[in-house]
Design a protein around this ligand. Structure first.
Ligand code: G3P
Length: 217
């Protein structure tokens, strides 16, 4: 499973990248706002750190304008994946930009039918939002499972990029289902390292070690 980090925080990306935890990055307009930085500048800096796909999202709503924005974003670096919303205009944009050989991430996917359309339009990645479905009492993980089955039934090559991941358990479940990629905030990736029995075990080892009176160095 590939790990993308869902942030435009350059320091957080660099820290995880040094540990080999970053196969790519996803951003969106809300994350750019949170970073407080210019989209072109911050995306360029992220691309200088990470060699895998870096998603940068268009903000126009009409296909013609989305295509122009997508081309501009793709000029930032060769590893840009242009992110477009799952609207009819977004699908048109996906078809054009993927036809030009650009990576396209189709985002804001909330149904299996939307994922099917994105694959038909040549998307490199489809981003189903798990947490936001859970928020309205639907089952985000069931959507990942449905898309996996549909894509496998027909051999679609579009990669399932599980997004809106809120918990470490979301990551486990996505890995079990067979999502190709997951994108999560740095805090969720770090939370994956935590276990109460690890903390308890370490605490006991430290207490016992202190009683030995020994030192390693
Ligand atoms: O990758 C999409 C992600 O940024 C949305 O996450 O938690 O705002 O639903 P969230």
């Amino acid at each position: 499973m590939k790990f993308f980090v869902d942030t435009a925080d350059v320091e957080a990306i660099a820290e995880l990248n040094d540990l080999g935890m970053v196969d790519g990055v996803t951003t969106n307009p809300s994350l750019i706002l949170k970073s407080g930085r210019d989209i072109i500048e911050v995306t360029k800096e992220i691309c200088s750190i990470v060699s895998g796909p870096v998603s940068a999202e268009v903000v126009a709503l009409k296909a013609e304008d989305m295509i122009a924005e997508g081309r501009k974003l793709a000029e930032i670096a060769p590893n840009i994946a242009v992110k477009v919303p799952l609207t009819w205009d977004g699908l048109k944009t996906c078809k054009v930009l993927s036809g030009e050989g650009k990576m396209v991430n189709v985002t804001l996917c909330f149904s299996a039918n939307q994922a099917l359309l994105a694959a038909k339009a040549g998307a490199t990645f489809i981003s189903p939002f798990i947490g936001r479905l859970d928020d309205i009492n639907l089952d985000g993980l069931e959507l990942i499972s449905d898309i996996r089955e549909i894509y496998d039934n027909y051999g679609f090559e579009t990669q399932i990029l599980a997004a809106s991941i809120r918990t470490a358990n979301h990551v486990t479940q996505c890995a079990l289902i067979g999502a190709d990629v997951m994108t999560a905030p740095p805090a969720v990736i770090k939370a994956m390292a935590s276990h109460v029995l690890t903390d308890k075990g370490l605490d006991q080892f430290m207490k016992d070690w202190a009683k030995t009176g020994q030192k390693i160095i």
